[in-house]
Design a protein around this ligand. Sequence first.
Ligand code: ATR
Length: 284
Amino acid sequence: MKRKTMVLGVIGHPVSHSLSPVMHSAAAKSLGLDLTYDTYDVPPDELEDLMDRFRNGDMDGLNVTVPHKVAVMEYMNELMDNAEKVGAVNTICRKGDKLIGANTDVYGFITSVEKNAGEIAARGRILVYGAGGAARAVCHAFADRNVERLLIANRTRHKAEALADSLTGVGCAIDVLDYESNNLVDSVRSADIIVNTTSVGMESVSEKFLPGSENIHQGQLVVDIVYRPLETPLLRQAKRAGAMTLDGLWMLIHQGARSFTLWTGAEFPVELARVSLLKALNED
Ligand code: ATR
């Protein structure tokens, strides 16, 4: 007999800390959808087996998190939704035995900015801290909106240079900044939007402040994609300076919203997801 319940989940390693089950389960319940959403802790040497099980029908859709976002690409039959451009997959849909990889981080990021701070999103100078996978998605999201200039600052400069090289041809000017320099301080002052995509500010990381961030001022938008803690030291600093702020839960919610719609065809209850996530974070 055909299985009725849709089986969804997130693969990662480690993955037990993921908040995705909270929001997807709350969304399914509120919409009356018959689905489960679980975490699958998959060490790298078990990824192939898991992909085989998925292709054979054990699951219907998956999110992908660290460290598998690039590694899963070789198992995809098709790519959609920015996956090729960003070079990473965070959402997989299954059609029969075909796996289709998407990247909803780009949508999640830009939607969180536009829904919460639309008037600022239209402006031109963007400073991005970091050069990892999240920074790639953020840079592509801004490049798609034809911003004037993207400035990238990363602790390890050569990674920022590699990211800048990979963005060649996107249609906006791109500069790499030295992580500790006067140049960076000037760029912080003149940026319209400042985004942290690094681990700095996370509860588990000892560094709490980004170089130059003491120069943030009123009129700017400061976005942190870190959401543990929800109010990072950077966001607290920005609020004190009178800047507008956006926390990392919004990106999580909107990337999840897009994934949910790809799997189920249903619209994701964004506000309800936020309430359930805030509750889960408080109970942590
Ligand atoms: P993600 O996919 O979440 O972007 P990642 O690819 O591991 O994760 O990237 C982590 C980012 O956080 C990198 O830009 C990293 O800087 P390096 O390239 O120098 O490693 C940055 N990062 C992590 N810990 C940091 C710290 N303590 N100080 C400054 N930057 C840090």
